[in-house]
Design a protein. Sequence first.
Lengths: 991, 261
Amino acid sequence: MSTIYPKNWDAEVVDKYITQEAQQKNRDEFEKTHVPINRIRVKENKAFDTWSNEAESLVSEDIVLETVTKSTKKDTNRLFFVVGESGSGKSELCQWLDYQIQDETATADDDEFAHKPILIPRHIREPREVVELLTEDLEGWDFEDAKYLRDLPMEGIYREVTGKIINRFKGSQEATVNFLKDDAFESKVRSNLETYVDAFDDPDASVSFEPIEQDELGSLLEKFPDVTREHEHHQVEPSEYLYREIKTGATEAVSDMLSAGDIRDILRDIDEAFKSQNRRPVLIIEDLTGFTVYDHQVLSFFSDLGTAHFDVVIGVTTGVHQNVIDQRRADVASQDTIDDRIQARLELTEDAEDGSGSRTLFLQQENVHIDLARNYLKAIKEDSDIEYQPSLPRGQSEDDIEESFGNWLYPFNREFLDRIYHNLQSKNVTKQTPRIYLNFVISELLDNQNPPFEHAEKLKQRLGNIDNRLDPNYNGPDEQVLKWYGTDEGEQYTVNAEIPHSFDIDSDGRAPTIGGFEEICPECSAGINVTGEKWTFPECGYEHEDGPSLSGTFTEQRNELLAWVRGESDFNQTSNIEDGAQRIITYFFDKPNSLRIPGCRSSDAAYLRWTKGSDRVPIHVRNADQPSYTQIELTRDMNQSILLDLLRIGVWEDTDLRSLERKDNINLEQLREWANNAVTDLRKDLEMDIKETYGVTLDEVALFGKYLLNVFSGNGTEFNAETLARPVSQRAISQVYTRTDFGGNVKSLKDNLELYNGLFHARFHLRRNMVEHDRLEDAIASLDLEQLMIKIRNIEGKTTGFKIGETRRESTDLDGFLKSNSYNIRGLARDINEYDEVYADDLSAARSDLTKLHDSLQGMNSSLDLSGLEDAYKPLGRPKPDVLDEISALDDEELDDYLEDLSSVVNRARDCESVWEFLDIQRDVGRMKYSQWSEIHSALSDFVDELDTVEQDLKNTIKELEEEAFDPDKTPYEGVRTESQKLVSELGEDL
Amino acid sequence: MGQKHAKDSELVQSRIETLVNKSKEAQDLNEDLADIEKKRERASNKNDAFRDLKNKISETREQHQKLDTWSDYASRMDLEIPKDNISNLESDVERELRSLTSKGWDDFDDATAVRDVITKFENHRERFRELTSTVRETVQDDVTEELDSVDRTLTLLQIPDIGDNEAYETCRNYQYFLNKLADGKPRDDITPEKWESHHDKFHELSIDLGDDLTGDAKDVIWSLLEDETVTLAEIDEAVLDDLKTFKEFSRRLSIQFTTNP
């Protein structure tokens, strides 16, 4: 959109006024636009004794004039520095002083002592022009043969400069000479000289004669340690020494080439000439930066107090040329610095309140920016002397314009200019100088075809967010006009309806604001709107004298917040609103980043938190970015009043929330609802993060962990709410699986029982002894135990920030809890899953052993008659064992309990159908063998074994005895028969 | 639980009772074991006696074999031996043996019963030994005569040109066998069959006395060889001269004359 609007000024006239340096305006033009500079801060003072505000060391331009010119003819050199940011009015002040001193000179008789100014404007930069200007009224000086720097051949300058530099060092300083001839040094010098010489072709370019920056030199020297060693004996650092020598050599080289003579001779000549005329020279140098090759010589000349009788005013741009002066010794014979020798340092700017950037002191004069604009607008319009083009809207007169915008201010009004002025910045840093202000208002806005409010919108990068309390929901055609020209009246913005009318915009001159207030009374916590630094709250009588007030912070951030809500810009100053959000959330939630279930007050619940780097509630203000991790987000589509409340709470961090609510400063109920939702969403998101990362939910981990505890502590293997809700004790967990193929490390479970149990409490307990039963049932209902085990077994991935522990101090990463062997939940899932494949063998063996024991003990009781059994040992030839006595001594009740327990285990082993049941059974077997029933179990097992042994021994004995029946050896008789038959046979032959 | 106990206790108690009963059974068996040990001792003694009996029968058999061998020599030499006595004894022994082998181990009450049989066989063996001595002596008497005959023949064979090597070997072999029998220690290689073969060869020898002697001289020599008594006076002077030329014979003859005045 663009709107043609009536203009009564000429663009060329605008250019004339705005683009010229102060010195370039003629005196009439200068005086039309000049606004007295009445806030100048004096430092290093040795001359001022009159003040406009002594407490703040402030003087006006008149006092400066008076002080500079109160010197006598015989006074030696008096040096004043005028220090300020570029465009802060140094030239304006110098020009004004020049005009005023010119008047003194002009009105004085020839024989009357007077001061006479010599102004070196900022744009005079050629050394030849400088010396010509200085010797303008002197005889005997001729610079016909002098050269202009811009005309010197670059290569010649370079060779001369490097030659002079090298000549300053002895041949014995070999390392230094080699360094100066090194490519690294030479290329740097060449580059800097080129930049320097080129700057003379561009009037706007900044000129700086630096063959090499001191920092650059320092960096280079690090690579040439031998050079540093050659200069360690000087009183200054080697790099400082070399820098000065190089600069001096270079300056001499350029001076020689220019043939412009020695400026110190010229200054001495001026001194003599003026003295003879009964005049005292007031040398006014707008900018020392422009003095290039002469800067050191000039400073050296004037800081040597006895050399001449000058009053010297030198403009120094903050930062740019300060290193020429700071800490610099005035002369070699003294420890004095230049600052010790000056009369005063006159500062035109100071650091901005927010610590970033600067502001011009004199612009803090009341209405000065209005006056400045008005002066320029009046001068331009008078100089232009034209009618409105196009003509004013129907029914609108020139008087209407003057009345509605303010005298001469059209097309701006006071509010518009306030807004521009307060938001001036450069590169996102506040920079309020007259030059920037005038450039913006007169050059940019006035000289644009679009109305200022439209064009200013386009320039907002240079302004930041304009303070705008209009309701973001208001969408009227006059919104922009009201934003720029309107007056904030609390509940509404108003503007003289002639103003939108003049831009042909339909408007009744009013629009709603977001309302509210900008200050909170420290006394009664009531919200108020105040202006100025001093105010009294009408209700409680609290008086705010001065000092820091939070309304500035609030309004600035509110403004940015509203611009963000409107989609106009990002929201960058978010720390306060984040603090507010955190404050509200922590007000309603003890542990908002806790992943315990709401209402969990179990003393056994684990510490379970989302702590991404700190304990703060993670709050993220959503601009165009996405948070890098899960946080509570503040978005521009949120309820506006909640956002404002959060900001307010963050800014007034020391004000009690209840007090704020009592005074209707905030809507705590609404904030409670927001906090509820935010925390609920945060927790959901966090839990979803866990699920998406590990493939398992926190509840599932808690349930599985508790189920492990149940199984290994004897609570049973049922996967239901009743069983899972049973308490467990560490003592009940035992490791009895060494004789099985189960490889799981149950010790880690036992060692971390509190943590496992704590996690379950955190997710399913309301109190230590009160389970959130419905939640537990719901959680179990959708779970299959085998699937759950596989999920836990398959845990992979990694996310950080989740903490779990018995206490905060003992907390560890959830990631570690899920995966490390020391906690072992995943490890147990894997081991049990693996054991599931093979446990049947162990089950079969256990079943067999148990059943045998059980069957052997059928009818066992301590009143059994074992006396007969004792006789059984006689035929066995051994004494009866002790176990028989042990059995006789058994307690009947204990025996009954044991047998009942054994019977139960046997039945369960018989019916066992899952690895979980077997682990549970094995645990009970272990309990019988090694803990609760170890003695009785041992006695009975031994007894059963003994019965078996005795039975077998008797059987063997009987068998052996039975086999002992008489069975003589008849072999010898057979021998008789054989031998007899032989003999019979032989006899038979004979017979 | 109480009811279950009452029922179960029967099971465990009954097992214990079973064990007690077994223990009693074992004790009884232990007592039986003492009797068996006595029987075993007696049986051992009886078996020792059986081993002695077997040895005695074996000795008897060896003795009978010796008798049988000498009887065989006697028979081949056509000598008179007490055949009836022998035959009667053999019948007695055979009868005794048949009686013995018709009994079982248990039929002998104890070692004494066996030892009675041993005594009997000792008697049998002694009688076989006595008969063996009788027959052996008869045979050895005959052997002594045969040895003289062999010796004369060997003397004759020392005369040159009389007999040959084969005749000499036959005499020497026969002499070897006869010496063995004379010693009463015929070895395994000295059997009646071989003896008989050497006997027959010896007695079938035909010795040629050559052409140098007269017929009468040859008859005298043969008479001498046949161990007939020849007196010097009965010999013709011419024959005697003839014999004197028979160098070997003269030497022998001088002996004859020396020993037979």
